[in-house]
Write a protein that binds this ligand. Structure first.
Ligand SMILES: NC(=O)c1ccc[n+]([C@@H]2O[C@H](COP(=O)([O-])OP(=O)(O)OC[C@H]3O[C@@H](n4cnc5c(N)ncnc54)[C@H](OP(=O)(O)O)[C@@H]3O)[C@@H](O)[C@H]2O)c1
Length: 264
């Protein structure tokens, strides 16, 4: 297999890491960037050793030429329907027209195949693009890495540093998949260079439960603080919002009435 890998979304957080990981594995990398991208973005990717190619995704001929010779096209595009379905479908068509044998879509999410449609917009967009991908004459590999581990530093309801609370749904011992962006990029790079990867790859850097997160948070504070886990009121339903992030009901700015703490 040729070791030329085309990366779309190379200026992004995951895309940049992916370019670096591919270069570390000795791949030749063609990084697709938007024509209007900044010189600093081009310089950063060039410094990693990538061929940087500005291309307009709305130009099928240019996009097909950009994909020519690649063993795999990897998408690290991020956005809403115009990107996840629109731009990725343009990229897929170009990869097929260029005769590229393999495509890795910008899934990089929790396992949306296990979620019912209609609960999470981002998962629905991935499902919509998947329908195009699975019809196309090209082999595909989706990488399902859970949440990026970095979200644990964003003061989310699951790990609320301000209230020293861990929020969870239904089960304090439910293991949640997290993968760092670096691990995701390294894994995606290895997959891009391996012609034999299956349709689905499910990975996680670590899988803490809410109960374990309470212990981890307390240990990180050197035992100087007490954390509390709070669960749902009986009427709550499991629900996911943007980026697979759990959404408590509007009234849940503090431990909700009717909930009980199962972790402390
Ligand atoms: N599992 C998780 O917890 C988690 C968390 C965050 C993200 N993700 C997923 O990881 C993937 C990468 O996300 P990211 O955080 O690296 O995104 P990002 O930093 O926002 O980068 C997005 C990339 O897509 C490019 N792009 C967007 N729209 C485009 C268009 N119309 N045409 C061409 N290029 C376009 C951007 O180019 P410009 O620089 O020119 O704008 C940029 O290179 C996405 O699938 C995202 O949903 C997962």
């Amino acid at each position: 297999m040729t070791s030329l890998i085309v990366v779309a979304g190379a200026t992004g957080k995951l895309g940049g890491r992916l370019v670096a990981a591919l270069r570390q594995r000795g791949a030749t990398v063609r990084a697709l960037v938007r024509p209007e991208t900044t010189p600093a973005n081009v310089a950063r990717l060039a410094q990693l050793g990538a061929e940087v190619l500005p291309v307009d995704f709305a130009d099928p001929g240019a996009l097909t030429r950009a994909c020519q010779g690649a063993g795999c096209v990897v998408s690290a595009l991020a956005g809403l329907r115009d990107v996840i379905v629109g731009a990725q479908t343009q990229l897929l068509a170009a990869a097929v027209a260029a005769g590229v044998p393999r495509f890795i879509p910008s899934d990089f999410s929790s396992d949306y195949t296990q979620q019912a449609p209609g609960l999470n917009r981002n998962f629905d967009l991935r499902r919509e693009f998947r329908a195009h991908l699975d019809q196309a004459p090209i082999a595909a590999t989706s990488i399902l890495n859970g949440a990026f581990a970095e979200v644990l530093t964003y003061n989310i309801p699951l790990l609320d540093f301000k209230r020293q609370q861990v929020g969870y749904w239904e089960d304090a011992d439910w293991s949640i998949d997290f993968t760092t962006m670096d691990d995701t990029a390294a894994y995606a790079a290895a997959a891009a260079l391996d012609a034999a990867t299956p349709r689905w790859l499910r990975i996680a850097s670590f899988q803490p439960s809410p109960r374990q997160l309470v212990g981890i948070a307390e240990a990180a504070a050197g035992g100087s603080s007490r954390w509390c886990g709070w669960g749902p009121a009986p009427t709550w339903r499991p629900r996911f919002s943007r980026r697979g992030r759990p959404t408590p009901p509007a009234s849940s700015s503090s431990t909700p009435t009717g909930s009980r703490c199962n972790t402390c």
